[in-house]
Design a protein around this ligand. Structure first.
Ligand code: ADP
Ligand code: MG
Length: 439
């Protein structure tokens, strides 16, 4: 029987995932996720942190059942851990009391093989990934790179058809990560591993372009695949080639594209939905720093994002957070991989400290509904004070507790800087100075 489903190794159909938080409210993390994996391809899923990538991988691996939609593996619905799909974790996930060999053998435990066969296959996997001689070492005796090699060996020892990798290189230093990437790619290209398809989750654009045949851009709130890019460059890929740079540029542009906000129909919900906006965790100092950088030569107010990224001493993830903040505060506009300071941005850079604060306050109250909301609540309160819990609880209606805390941290540092309100770290009280009431 030939059906469309069997042509695709893996098919993800309309997957949706909502979590129930401690307070009983729902958090929608994934919605309308659709994608496929085919034979002989490495697919990179590229998205910002918190967009739901790990959640999606855990659904594919059968570790969690999605709230909606389905995952089909070779035509069968995945409902629990599935032989044929295995996973490499970001944090290695090794058992400290087991040796390298025992950690790798663990992968085979459920397969009902003879002890001898288990040993043979584990030793083969260890050999393949370059851990020969470390069989009896314990994880604490290994460097991060070697630990992750154990993670790879354990995932590959079962001869999976699909290998899921959750940011497997992001906990490693740059050089170690490069070596492991190259070693893995060699095994894959020389067909030394029988894996049919790899799904690599990453937030690193270059890593995706170096390794993948296809890149799926994953957007947040809720997480979904927003675009797809084919990478047809031959291996080994030259990062300095113009084609490579063009692709990186195109992806930057897609990742910073303005997110289409869902149309809000019911009038009274407007504030609620806009209050749920995720504010990137950045300080006014970081925002000012980047604006100054862009305003100065050689950019003079207008910069190419990949060029800017290369010139700065920060991670791409961090840069994106700052750019996102500048964008929502309308200090900058982002278009097709370029960033340009707005009138407000240029004024800010040119101003002195006190003037900067008032420009910041103006942007904040004009464009961030949460700032206006906090101001209004403090205004209405006796003594113009409120505990931060008051706002945290409100935010938790729209996002997870962790995110609510991050958003409140961001707005607190922005509002403080703009002198819209003050915040006392010890008492955790936000307050607004009200000169007329003091008279
Ligand atoms: P990513 O891997 O892209 O960084 P995750 O999938 O880890 O994103 O998380 C996406 C969102 O889902 C986050 O807001 C996170 O707090 C939330 N989340 C993940 N797992 C759970 C869970 N078990 N319960 C509640 N919320 C969760
Ligand atoms: Mg993750």
């Amino acid at each position: 029987m030939t059906t469309i489903a069997t042509q695709n190794l893996l098919q993800i159909k309309d997957v949706r995932q909502a979590f129930t938080k401690n307070d009983g409210k729902k958090l929608l993390v994934l919605e309308g996720v659709n994608m496929e994996l085919h034979d002989k391809e490495i697919v990179a899923l590229l998205g910002k942190s918190g967009s739901g990538k790990s959640t999606l991988l855990r659904i594919i691996a059968g570790l969690i059942e999605p709230s909606g939609g389905e995952v089909m593996f070779e035509g069968d619905k995945v409902t629990s851990l599935t032989r044929g799909i295995s996973m490499v974790f970001q944090t290695f996930a090794l058992f400290p009391w087991l040796t390298v060999l025992e950690n790798v053998e663990l992968g085979l435990e459920a397969q009902g093989l003879s002890e001898k066969e288990v040993r043979r296959r584990a030793l083969d996997a260890i050999d393949l990934i370059g851990l020969d001689g470390y069989e009896s070492a314990y994880p604490r005796e290994l460097s991060g790179g070697m630990k992750q090699r154990v993670g790879f060996a354990r995932a590959m020892v079962v001869n999976p058809e699909i290998l899921l990798m959750d940011e497997p290189f992001s906990a490693l230093d740059v050089l170690t990560a490069e070596t492991l990437k190259t070693d893995f790619l060699d095994l894959w290209l020389e067909r030394k591993i029988p894996i049919r398809s790899v799904l690599l989750v990453t937030h690193n654009i270059e890593e995706a372009v170096v390794l993948a045949d296809r890149i799926l851009i994953f957007s947040s709130n809720p997480g979904h695949v927003s675009s797809e890019i084919r990478v047809n460059l031959p291996h080994p890929r030259d990062r300095l080639a113009p084609e490579f740079a063009n692709l990186v540029e195109e992806i930057y542009s897609l990742m910073t594209a303005k997110v289409k906000t869902k149309e809000v129909v019911v009038g009274t919900r407007v504030t609620d939905i806009t209050l749920g906006e995720r504010l990137p965790r950045t300080s006014p100092n970081q925002l000012a720093g980047l604006m100054e950088e862009i305003a100065a030569a050689p950019y003079n107010g207008h910069a190419d994002l990949p060029a800017l990224d290369n010139a700065l001493q920060m991670s791409t993830e961090e840069l994106f957070q700052i750019i996102e903040a500048l964008r929502i505060l309308r200090f900058a506009e982002v278009d097709k991989g370029d960033i340009t300071l707005t009138e407000a941005g240029r004024k800010f850079v040119a101003a002195d400290t006190q003037k900067r604060k008032s420009i910041f306050a103006e942007q904040l109250l004009k464009h961030i509904p949460l700032a206006t909301y906090i101001k209004r609540v403090l205004n209405e309160r006796p003594g113009n004070r409120a505990n931060r819990m008051r706002f945290l609880t409100k935010l938790e209606d729209f996002m997870s507790e962790v995110e609510a805390r991050e958003v409140l941290t961001a707005i607190t540092s922005w509002g403080r800087y703009a002198e819209i309100f003050s915040y006392d770290d010890n008492s955790e009280v936000l307050s607004m100075e009200n000169p007329t009431a003091e008279d």
